[in-house]
Each structure stands twice: as C-alpha cells, then as structure tokens.
Design a protein around this ligand. Sequence first.
Ligand code: ASP
Length: 441
Amino acid sequence: MQQWSQLSLTAKVLIGMVIGLSLGLVMRYATPGNTLVELYLVNGIFHVVGQIFLSALKMIVVPLVFTSIVCGACSLKDISTLGRLGGKTIALYLFTTFIAISMAMGVALLVAPGAGANLESATQFAARTAPSISEVIIGMFPSNPFEAMASGNTLQIIVFALLFGIAIAAAGKPARPVVEMFQALNEVMMKLVTLIMNLAPYGVLSLMATLFYTMDLAAIGNLIQYFLVVAGVLVLQVLVTYCSLLKMTTGLSPKIFLTKMQDAIMFAFSTASSNATIPVTMEAVTRRMGVKNEIASFTIPLGSTINMDGTAIMQGVATVFIAQAFGVDLAINDYLMVIVTATLASIGTAGVPGVGLIMLAMVLQQVGLPLEGIALIMGVDRLLDMIRTAVNITGDSVVTCIVAKSENNIDLDVFNDIHAGDTEENIDFHHIVKEDQTVSA
Ligand code: ASP
C-alpha cells in the first residue's frame, strides 16, 4: 500500500486502465452471461463507480470553464488581444483539421480498406442536416446564461464568460473585489480538479471493465483494415503533424509535450469525451506546461468544442471506406467537398462520446453516399472514439502551446521542468486543521 501511494498519478491511472481492461475481458470470456457477475460487478460496482467518476468530471466543467475564462478575460490587456488570440486560435484549429482530414483520405485511398468488401446492411441511420453559418453564429449568443450553463452549451458559456470578464475589466476599480473573488474561485476549482483526479485510477478501472465487458469486439475482425487505417492515421497526426508543427513553430520539445500530456490522453481515452476531459487538459497545459491561464482558459474549452482532428480523421477514412464498400466512385470535387464538410462537421461535433459518428451522416449526405454505411462501422466505433478523443484533445493542447508561445505567455522553465505540476497531486488539508485549532484554542 505504501508503494501504491508513492506512485505518480499517471502510473496509477495506467495501472487502473490495464486492470480494468483485463478484468472486463476476463469477466467476458471466463464467466459469459453469469448473472452474478453482471448484477454485482458489471452493472453493480463498476457501473456505479465509473458513472460517479464521469459525473464528477462533468460536474466541474461548467464552473471551471466559466471562472477560468472570466479570470483570463479580465486580465487581458485590451480587447484587441482577444481578437488576435481568437483569430490565431481558430485559424490553427481549422488548419490542423484540414491536415487531418486530407491525410486521412490520402491514406485511405492508398490502402483502400473497403475495396472488394461486400458489407451491405439494411439498417438505416438518421441523417443530420448541416446548420447554416448564420444559425451557428446566432446560436453562440445565449439569451439566458443560466440556461446555457444548465445545458452545458460550451460555446454560449465561452461567449458569456468573455463578455462578463471584459465588463469586469472595463468597470475598473469598483470591480476589483469581483476580480479577486474570481481569482480565488479559480484556485478552488483547480483544487477540485486535483481532488477528482485522485479518484481517477478507480474511475478509469471501472469504466474500462464495463466497456470491455460490453463492447462488440467481434466486429473488429470484419473491419480490421478500416480500424487499422483510422488508428494509423490518428497516430500519424500526433507523431508527425503535431510534433513537427510544435517543433517548427515554437522550438518546444515534442517529447516533453507528449510526456506532460499522458494524464489528459488517458482521461480522454477512458471517457471518450473531450468535454469531460477539459479539467485535466487545462491542468496539463497550465500547471505542467506553464501556459498562462489567459490563453488556456480560452483555447482549451473552445478547442474541445470546435476542434476535432481525430473525429475528422475517422470521417475521412469512413467516407472513403463506405464509398469503396458500396462501389461508389467519388470524383475529385467530391473529395474536396468531404474535406470542407468534415472540417465544418468537426466544429459542430460536441465533445461527447459517439457524436462524431452521427455527424458522419452529414458528410456522407453531402456526397450522396448511402447513410446505412454508418451501420457498417458502428461496431468498432467505440474503441476508435476513445483513440480519436485522445487525438482531439492533444490537438487542442498543441495549438494552445503555439498560441501561448507566440503571445509570450508560456513559462518555459515550467515547460522544460519534467516534474512541474506533479506536486499538486496530493491535497493538503493541514492548513485547514491548523486554522481550526487556532479558532478553537
Ligand atoms: N468523442 C469525441 C470527443 O469527445 C467526439 C466524437 O468523435 O464522437 O472528442
């Protein structure tokens, strides 16, 4: 036990993940259909612990995003900084998504994972139509900020928090207590993140055990080529696109970057939700990499909402795969159309599990591919969702580092210190106890 408490959080989460995955598979194959196992373990303890952990993560997203953006916005020097920041961030997000989808389609065309396949299915899948640009822009402005928070509408929360923060800054001296209150609240939120992250090894273990017990693994056999192409391009996106972009634009070490991303990547993998991972991604880029809150508070929630490079990769490969499987020949302008639509679809994809697959309907519809193609790849989507979510949040973090470096808003000593941020893993209650004793004395 002593040794367990000395391990780093990353190691503990990794151990939890491996144990959970193995337990899930053991329960599945050693005790198939056993009602006791299903009742007390899968739907009992693992389900309860896993869901509590997920809810705890989601619970802090809205207050964390709101307080950190307000803090960030009220410490901005002027409004033009915000415009510049927003412009750079969105341009980089679009650029990385464009690279992701182009690479995905290129590799899929080369490997041809769907060629010769006759995987027809009669299952129908409901299509979604793309919202118009004006609808998207109007939809970003909340008519009721409390409703936006209650429904977890990240874009609306970002807009309200930015305006609120700017108003605090504009109000000047009388608003000083509000600034201090938000700064204190922000500290409290980060402590809450640390507290919840300490539960991660058990939460991740439970999520993995339930998932690998229930996941349709047989489908992978049929779709192995598709699976491998998507997974391969996802890895390429991280190792080639992100690492070279980071190195070339900032000179920062990709190796240190990836080491510091480990926790966030594992959280994204286990939750398959960029949104639920926001607290951990924020912690990684601010405390571990030294990016200032002014930048990260804005770029991370925004990225978790509009930047989905991993999802775009899945959509690119899936489109080519479905076209090949159904024997549809796509022309060059169809491919261009896929690039544009998948980039837009990635903006509209919410950072929650499985939405990428629903948005794929929009892409397929654009080029007249059968929507039932989605049913073909559904069986392997959960596992791919976990991997692509990890890529999605890594993309957000790379862009955050690039923007922060270009704005001189990153502490390079923290970035280069391999242990920076590690000490925050333990919550220290001593000072509370001491103060209590002083009061009662
Ligand atoms: N699960 C992904 C995310 O949260 C979205 C998706 O591709 O379904 O980033």
